[in-house]
Design a protein around this ligand. Sequence first.
Ligand code: C5P
Length: 357
Amino acid sequence: VMSYSRRTRTASTTTATEDDSSDPFPSSSDAPSSSPHPPQQYLVSTAVVMSELIKLLVCTVVYIRQEYSFGKTSAGGGGGRPHQRSFSLAALLRDLFGPDSSCAKMSVPAVLYFVQNNLQYLAVQHLDPATFQVTYQMKILTTALFSVLMLGRSLSRSKWMALVLLTFGIAIVQMDGKQKPSSSSSSSSSAAHTQTAAQPLIGLVAVTIACILSGLAGVWFEKVLKGSQASLFLRNMQLCLFSLIPGLFFGVFLMDGAAVRQHGFFQGYDAWTWAAILCQAIGGLIVALVVKYADNILKGFATSLSIILSSVASFFIFDFKLTLMFTIGSSVVLYATHLYGLPDKVGIAKRAASYSM
Ligand code: C5P
């Protein structure tokens, strides 16, 4: 996730806001990548690539362990589990890119996520953090819409009502969190906002397109994932590999090429940078698991509830005040979750989804 811009990160100045989902690699300021900077700055483009590489590594290891045996015998022989084949690089490459791999289908969400992530960054440059977070919740509705259009889901009126309530509820929670001036006021969003001649219309257009792409990419991934027997880890390997192409070419090479040549790929990396990269990678893997074992709509409920839970945890751990707006917003989210979980009155909504592409 993220776009290309040089980020300043020093341990003392950088603070992340609660649930700043727009920016997994938070920093204290941005600067043009062409200018010479001291090497304690890291490049977001390289962090994006590293997070994709970590996901790729994890998925490759898990997939090879699932699918292949390293014993002498193959296909049901004594070397591994019955379904396992004996490992070879050619077999792995065939799984990834062979005629039965459907790999072209995975290039679509990779490009969509790439554009979406960059639009998010453009949006936070032109909108204040509250407006961005509130408008970005529209992705809950776009996701539901694409689930209906592409997966053939049918959602009853009360489920749609629950989704609209969820969108409003989490928007109220986010508005509350972002409007409070806090000691950690140097959020990347506000830093970006104040350093740019803000054009709210550009921000709103960017966030609207990002919401559409978020829904489309998520549902496309779900359709490909559930439309075949291929392993989740194979699909994720394909997604990572296709994401690495624009990440490396547009990000590291085109945008930050000069800086990388000057100070190196890992310039400015510290423990916090690695922590942010790891969080991003683990988060992406969790999203994939949620989409496989549940779906993209339920993911919207899960992330909303996690925002509320982390705010409640902040109440106990940090100096977080539970305000009236937070209470109203979280009550609406909890009610929406309850409403969505209720069985439909007239029959059971069709869940026979069409995943074939
Ligand atoms: O905002 P949204 O919910 O669309 O973000 C989903 C995030 O999950 C994106 O950053 C995307 O890169 C990540 N993802 C992933 N692996 C998947 C699916 C999504 O890393 N298989």
